[in-house]
Write a protein that binds this ligand. Structure first.
Ligand code: FAD
Length: 312
């Protein structure tokens, strides 16, 4: 039986693997369905990880993480986990090929992915002016004009964040009403460099070799079209969490989750199920940053070591 099974090999999973193995656990396997590294490997530029002064691609940035973990004995199995089940005082990890592996403790770090709008030009310019994270990419648009698509709390809060960096932020939303808290919308409306365009949808994201240059928009009430020039567009229309591994055959979830399907954890990354930890973007209130996911992974591993020690 494994001492710890880690599900997912992004920043949270790899950091959990490093701390679990370097902390003395011998039987630790990280199950990752693809190449380790996580969603950041799709980013062309990462410049906000403390202590790393050089701007790197996400792929180059993550490469040494695996190497460092494997040096301390972390094993990597390239496999997709279908489900985690609880049996008596241990867990069963079910893989897509039907194989079942038992573990005393489990750290789930399967992350998530931002929702895409599928508008024309989104794929072409993703990472070249189209972003889903203002904290990550806002600085690249210092003193430039940007747009935000969305009407929820994240969209409006991130617009307020961007308004401090960018010369102008245009919020595009398909309805005249917002899902975001009224007080947040009010704060955004009080800022002179935020403009609201409602009820508008994006028809096309336009650009050239340098990246995004503008948007073709349509008023959804009267079909009037409009073009605006911007250097970046932030698609903040929601986030899908990869929580499928926690779902049981009867449709219930293995541990408590909030309304968004994110796992509820305490400051030790413990769920309400002893021995089951969740780290990184899958947990509630995750800041969705590499440094935070890495910190969660380390915290969860320290908790798992303690759990395994107490349940010998
Ligand atoms: C384009 C882009 C740019 C970004 N830029 C920045 C930035 O500049 N700075 C910053 O700090 N953050 C940035 N982020 C956010 C950052 O990438 C995430 O916050 C971070 O990767 C979360 O780490 P994680 O380990 O929780 O999850 P993830 O990175 O999502 O890793 C989860 C891993 O689990 C694996 N997995 C999922 N399900 C299964 C399964 N069933 N079985 C086996 N494996 C599974 C996945 O393949 C994946 O490798 C960016 C994100 C994106 C998409």
């Amino acid at each position: 039986m494994l001492e710890v099974a880690i599900i997912g090999g992004g920043p949270a999973g790899l950091s959990a693997g490093l701390y679990a193995t370097r902390g003395g656990l011998k039987d630790v396997i990280m199950f990752e369905k693809g190449m380790p590294g996580g969603q950041i490997t799709t980013s062309s530029e990462l410049e906000n990880y403390p202590g790393v002064a050089e701007v790197k691609s996400g792929f180059d940035f993550m490469a040494p993480w695996q190497e460092q973990c494997f040096r301390f004995g972390l094993k990597h199995e390239m496999a997709e986990v279908i489900r985690i089940k609880k049996k008596l005082d241990f867990f069963v990890i079910v893989l897509s090929d039907g194989k079942e592996i038992e573990a005393k403790s489990v750290i789930v770090a399967t992350g998530g992915s931002p929702k895409r709008s599928n508008v024309k030009g989104e794929d072409t310019y993703w990472g070249k002016g189209v972003s889903s994270c203002a904290t990550c990419d806002g600085f690249f648009y210092k003193n430039k004009e940007v747009a935000v698509l969305g009407g929820g709390d994240t969209a409006i809060e991130e617009s307020i964040y961007l308004a401090k960096i960018c010369s102008k932020v245009t919020i595009i939303h398909r309805r005249n009403e917002f899902r975001a808290a009224p007080i947040t919308v009010q704060r955004a409306k009080s800022l002179s460099n935020i403009e609201f365009l409602t009820p508008y949808g994006i028809e096309e994201i336009c650009g050239d070799n340098s990246g995004v240059t503008g948007l073709k928009l349509k008023n959804l009430e009267n079909n009037a079209t409009k073009e605006i020039n911007i250097a970046g567009i932030f698609m903040l229309i929601g986030y899908n969490v990869n929580n499928a591994v926690l779902m049981q055959e009867d449709g219930t979830s293995l541990c408590a989750m909030n309304e968004y399907g994110q796992a509820i954890v305490n400051l030790k990354m413990e769920t309400n199920i002893p021995g089951l930890f969740v780290a990184g973007d899958l947990r509630q209130d995750a800041p969705k940053q590499v440094v935070c996911a890495a910190s969660d992974g380390a915290t969860a591993a320290l908790g798992a070591i303690e759990f395994v020690e107490h349940h010998k």
